[in-house]
Design a protein around this ligand. Structure first.
Ligand SMILES: Cc1ncc(COP(=O)(O)O)c(C=O)c1O
Length: 455
């Protein structure tokens, strides 16, 4: 019987810690629509400090944070935004930028690493001389880490280049930094950081409370951006909320739009108190999430029939590919895993929710059956805030998959043996039937011949 559950569905399926609940219970609050709530102001100031921007604004969700940011930058009708074709804003946010904001999306192909080719971005910028017929490009959006690309991190170098391009053409740059803290602690960033800011150091813009060193400080990662939307309710484990940051002018406009969209809340300090705890206590734990995600990906990749692009697992998302010919659907696999106390989510069912945590994508192929054609993808989100998945539990998870795989091989063997037996018995039956027919015909022929004998 399963007594404990390992929940790998998403980095959004966290529960507030005791410290968060205590902070919420004792939070100093006031009316935040009137901008009097001290806890909301503290959180906004802290996020502005960490990201190196002038001001911040608490919003109920990452989706609203992105929507408000895009609408502030594109406040003239007929505006166009350039964004990745599999970016969160484009795919999973109900097309809000166009349905609510009247902003036209111009997509550029996202590469596997979450980038868009700089040349392609430049080619997508509208020529202002064609303004009679074209929409006007006003904004470029990046996503760091890039969820649909498996939690890949955009480098400082790349972000700076896009920033330069934006400036050259008089455009703004917004970063959907739902998981910007994950990008910040990423090892890969630490390597490239040396080229830009010297070796990894603790800087003013970010002061970890738990002594863990950062790859690249958040403020450096987003230096080129005019605005950033940062989620606190993903791997950081806060129950609700995001903060958007930018210039004072940007935030003043954002405040009005937040009210328009119904995102102005009164004693919101209750939520901001938990978010402050998340920032203070959980950023240092992300590195551990990434290590576990990598360990899980490497282990899964050793299981025959499962494909994981291990190199792509940089943060907290793992995708598993299920082999094309597998009879095992991702839904069936999810059910099986659930029976064994491990919750995962198939990509199709994740469309309505955010795959999040630091384990990004797991692609698992199961040779359970023979004849189904579609490739199945499982998305596994992971947050140590939720399930405290230690190495031991990863081993358990892997062994669970292993036994499923062995079982599937057994079934395959059984199926193949049955096929062989069926083939030979059918063959023998046909031979026997033909033989019997031939025998009957021969005896009839002999009888006929003997009945024709002259008397
Ligand atoms: C990259 C990215 N941006 C934005 C969001 C939206 O966040 P929310 O679910 O809080 O609206 C998500 C959610 O997972 C996300 O993954």
């Amino acid at each position: 019987m399963v007594t404990r559950t390992v929940d790998l569905r998403s980095d959004t399926v966290t529960k507030p810690t005791e410290a968060m609940r205590a902070a919420m219970a004792t939070a100093d609050v006031d009316d935040d629509v009137l901008r009097f709530d001290p806890t909301a102001l503290s959180l906004e100031t802290e996020l502005a400090r960490i990201t190196g921007k002038e001001a911040g604004l608490f919003v109920p969700s990452g989706t609203m944070g992105n929507l408000i940011s895009v609408l502030v930058h594109c406040d003239t009708r007929g505006s166009e935004v350039i964004l990745g074709d599999i970016s969160h804003i484009h795919i999973y946010e109900n097309g809000g930028i166009s349905t609510i904001g009247g902003v036209h999306p111009r997509t550029v192909k996202n590469n596997k690493d979450g980038t868009m080719d700089i040349a392609s971005i430049e080619a997508a910028i509208r020529d202002p001389r064609g303004a009679l017929v074209y929409p006007t490009t006003r904004l470029i959006c990046l996503e760091n880490t890039h969820a649909n690309c498996g939690g890949k991190c955009l480098s400082v170098e790349y972000t700076d280049k896009v920033g330069e391009l934006a400036k050259k053409h008089g455009l703004k740059l917004h970063i959907d930094g739902a998981r910007i803290f994950n990008a910040s602690v990423n090892w890969h960033q630490a390597e490239t950081a040396a080229h830009f800011i010297g070796p990894p150091v603790l800087e003013d813009g970010f002061t970890p409370r738990n002594g863990s060193a950062l790859g690249v400080p958040v403020h450096r990662l987003v230096q080129a951006a005019d605005s950033v939307s940062v989620c606190l309710s993903k791997g950081l484990g806060a129950p609700v909320g995001s903060v958007i940051v930018g210039s004072k002018t940007f935030i003043a406009k954002a405040k009005i739009l937040r009210k328009t969209l119904g995102g102005g809340m009164r004693q919101v300090g209750i939520l901001c108190a938990a978010a402050l705890v998340a920032v203070q206590e959980n950023v240092g734990k992300l590195e551990g999430d990434h290590k576990k995600a990598k360990m899980l990906a490497e282990g899964l990749n050793k299981i025959h029939g499962i494909t994981v692009d291990v190199a792509s697992v940089e943060t907290n998302i793992v995708y598993l590919d299920i082999e094309e010919n597998s009879k095992f659907t991702s839904e069936k696999l999810c059910e099986y895993m659930e029976e064994h106390g491990v919750l995962v989510m198939s990509e199709s069912s994740s469309r309505g929710m955010q795959s999040g945590v630091v384990i990004t994508k797991l692609l698992i192929s199961f040779p359970f059956g023979l004849f189904l054609k579609d490739t199945k993808t499982l998305v596994v989100g992971y947050s140590s805030r939720q399930s405290s998945l230690g190495s031991g539990r990863i081993t358990k998870y892997l062994s669970c998959l292993n036994s499923l795989h062995k079982f599937s091989l057994g079934m395959l063997f059984f199926q193949r043996t049955l096929q062989v037996l069926l083939f030979w018995s059918s063959f023998l039956w046909v031979v026997a039937s033909v033989g019997a027919c031939f025998g009957a015909w021969a005896s009839l022929h002999a009888h006929h011949a003997s009945s024709k004998c002259p008397k």
